[in-house]
Write a protein that binds this ligand. Structure first.
Ligand SMILES: *Cc1c(COP(=O)(O)O)cnc(C)c1O
Length: 378
């Protein structure tokens, strides 16, 4: 039996007509750069996130990079990022000339550990980028408190967490408030890379924010710094969300909640089948966040051997991520050494991403679990 990691073709088959109509409309309108679909999608996605403004960009990487720039971060500054994330989180910091400061994660949620943030704050620290890894929100309440105390900006890396809900439960006496991922910090960065929970048919990204000035700066930065066609007021970039992508994403946004629910349902099936599995650690979650299962990750001791056996049995698996950022060759220059960020290093040794997508079915999950259990046993 073959169980692919993802099955985008099958998912897209279900919406082929709608996508076709949307694409045709853009083609006939011939307004390919910042066409009306971009504006509409910005409004719709910002609203979905519970934020006032959305600025469509060409990638999640640029959503992070341009947010940092717009918040005034640059050479001489430090930005706190988790050591366990996709490298774009740190690269975005480096592009501004600032320095990423790698911080350890919580060993159960795999998100940045708020308790470890304060220790790395210096006079140069300007911002924190909590990453909602695998689709589970970082614990934003203590992070926002720290940020306020130290005058830091917070840019959420929500590239894996479209639609995840953070529940603020600690406000004394108050009832729990709910916030969508991306709407809590000064800016929320999203990627629409095809494999994300909301993915386009190519690259795309967006920043959502409640800060009008920030949104206005981002509009300049993404489009050559233009105020009018040939009046350029800042050093801008070409980082516009493509009109075709926006049109496709508008169609897919309507299905996002349903698809996230299907992912969560599949995660439940995994959880149940894995309940008594020896030597397999399931995703634990957190009471302060829903989980949209961009990735369903388990941990095992002899990871490489288990991965090999899963692949040999036809199961599509990935390792997110095998190398923590502080030990990546690209960041060798920052001088981190092995053992310095122990929880992230350990998770990188043990983690496996199992097949996860809305159309995964019980038979497939049962098969994956059977192979996994056997591989983890011996
Ligand atoms: C995908 C991703 C990004 C980058 O998004 P792109 O659109 O590929 O540039 C950044 N951070 C995280 C955590 C991601 O998963």
């Amino acid at each position: 039996m073959k169980v692919p990691f993802l099955n985008l073709a099958k998912l897209h088959k279900k919406i082929e007509k709608e996508i076709g109509q949307a694409v045709k409309k853009v083609m006939r309108g011939a307004n390919f750069i910042l066409g009306e679909e971009v504006n509409l999608f910005e409004q719709e996605f910002a609203k979905y996130c519970g934020a006032k403004f959305g600025v469509g960009l060409n990638s999640g990487t640029d959503a992070l990079f341009l947010s940092l720039l717009a918040l005034g971060i640059g050479p001489g500054d430090e930005v706190i990022v988790p050591a366990f994330t996709f490298i774009a989180t740190a690269n975005a910091v480096s592009y501004t000339g600032a320095k990423p400061v790698f911080t350890d994660i919580d060993g159960t949620t795999y998100n940045i550990d708020p308790q470890k943030i304060e220790k790395v704050i210096t006079k140069k620290t300007k911002a924190i980028i909590p990453v909602h890894i695998f689709g589970l929100c970082s614990d934003m309440e203590p992070i926002m408190r720290l940020a306020r105390q130290h005058g830091l900006k917070v840019i959420e890396d929500a590239c894996q967490a479209h639609g995840a809900v953070y529940k603020s439960t600690r406000a004394q006496g108050a009832r729990a408030q709910e916030f969508k991922a991306g709407s809590i910090g000064d800016a929320g960065s999203f990627s629409f890379y095809p494999t994300k929970n909301l993915g386009g048919f190519g690259d795309g990204g967006m920043v959502v924010t409640n800060d009008q000035k920030l949104a206005e700066k981002l509009l300049l930065l993404r489009d050559c710094g233009r105020k009018s066609k040939y009046e350029h007021v800042v050093l801008g970039y070409n980082s516009r969300l493509d009109t075709f992508q926006a049109a496709g994403l508008r169609v897919k946004l309507k299905y996002l909640d349903q698809w996230n629910k299907m992912r969560a349902y599949n995660a439940k099936i995994y959880d149940n089948f894995l309940e008594n599995a020896q030597n397999v650690i399931r995703p634990v979650g957190a009471d302060y966040s829903s989980h949209v299962y961009h990735i369903y990750a388990v941990r095992v001791k002899k990871r490489d051997k288990v991965v090999e056996q899963l692949k040999a049995a036809g199961v599509g698996v990935l390792v997110n991520y095998p190398i923590p950022l502080h030990l990546q060759q690209a960041y060798h220059g920052l001088g981190y050494v092995k053992g310095e960020i122990p929880v992230a290093e350990n998770v990188c040794r043990e983690i496996i991403s199992l097949p996860m997508h809305p159309l995964l079915n019980k038979t497939e999950i049962k098969y994956v679990v059977k192979v996994l259990k056997k591989a983890a046993e011996d």
